[in-house]
Ligand binder design. Structure first.
Ligand code: DQA
Length: 156
């Protein structure tokens, strides 16, 4: 889909909104055999460190609520040059989240810690993917840093 071209680097660098969906607040204790033992705080620390190295300005939000994630996309629609989103379980059925991303037309990368294509059948379906630049799945925390690199490269 045609996304608006934004984000020519300002003196602030590229502005990226990072969104974590439901249950990702429990990283570190939640199914570590699938998601690893890194906490969300540590994941965010690594994302921020990488963002600083490639001159990106970040806002990060985690919510267990679909509406809160949608509100955050709306609120930051004039601020963000790009979005990195792990929609978690909303990936597989949230048309509301998909519509929010389609509405704001901000280049977005869908990310997953686990490889959703090698898990249960229902996880192979993403209703979000089509409104994103791409989907990066299965690289644990590096899914996020790869997504940042991709958005930075796109705006070079
Ligand atoms: C996830 C994969 C989803 O299927 C799952 O519902 C999650 C996490 C991931 O990062 O691997 O909560 O998005």
């Amino acid at each position: 889909m045609a996304k608006r071209q934004r984000g020519r680097r300002s003196r602030h660098g590229l502005r990226i909104l990072v969104l974590h969906g439901p249950n990702l607040n429990l990283l570190g204790e939640r199914e570590p055999e699938i998601y690893g033992d890194m906490t969300l705080a540590e994941l965010n620390r690594r994302i921020k460190k990488h963002a600083a190295a490639i001159n990106c300005e970040l806002k990060i939000k985690q919510s267990n609520s679909e509406g809160a994630l949608i509100d955050c996309i709306h609120t930051h629609r004039k601020w963000a040059d790009g979005i990195v989103i792990n929609p978690a379980a909303y990936t597989h059925y949230s048309y509301a989240l998909r519509d929010a991303l389609a509405a704001v037309q901000i280049p977005t990368v869908e990310v997953h810690l686990s490889d959703i294509h090698k898990r249960e059948r229902f996880r192979r379906i993403s209703v979000i993917r089509e409104v994103c630049e791409t989907q990066i799945s299965g690289f644990r925390w590096e899914s996020y840093t790869k997504a940042l690199d991709l958005l930075a490269e796109r705006n070079r």
